[in-house]
Design a binder for this molecule. Structure first.
Ligand code: SF4
Length: 141
């Protein structure tokens, strides 16, 4: 059985998720187990790396990855586009918001157009879309 993250990191991530839902106008997944698994993955990365690196992606080198802020939760895609790959932050129907994503983004291909019903909240880095798309090409991760 895989080792559990520390209680302290689990608690820290639970509080973060609750606050970030409120701040971003999103909710946690209604699908049982999804939130818990992502929180455990984030907490494990806090224990191992000192930062809540997104647990839903593969990184050739996790330590190198944390030197970028791209996939530190809440990641750039969340803060720019309000899109959560892990389905941790979703709309009331349990779908990730895809409205602001570039049309060729994987999220649009998978989920189609999912509108943001609470546009007044979230997207603190909304002006960074251009930089993010340049990075997606120069440093795919
Ligand atoms: S996709 Fe982004 S917002 Fe969602 S859990 Fe991963 S890092 Fe956090």
């Amino acid at each position: 059985m895989p080792e559990m993250p520390s209680e302290q990191s689990i608690r820290k991530m639970r509080v973060f998720v609750e606050k970030y839902c409120e701040k971003s106008g999103t909710t946690v997944s209604p699908v049982e187990g999804v939130t818990e698994q992502v929180i455990l993955g984030l907490a494990k990365n806090v224990d191992e790396l000192g930062r809540p690196l997104c647990p839903c992606r593969f990184y050739p080198d996790k330590k190198e990855e944390v030197t970028h802020r791209t996939w530190i939760c809440a990641c750039d895609d969340m803060q720019i586009y309000k899109y959560c790959h892990c389905l941790l932050f979703v709309n009331k129907d349990g779908l990730p918001i895809t409205e602001y994503l570039p049309e060729n983004h994987e999220g649009r291909k998978i989920y189609g157009l999912v509108k943001d019903e609470i546009p007044e909240k979230g997207r603190a880095l909304r002006d960074k879309g251009q930089e993010r798309e340049e990075e997606r090409i120069s440093r795919p991760s």
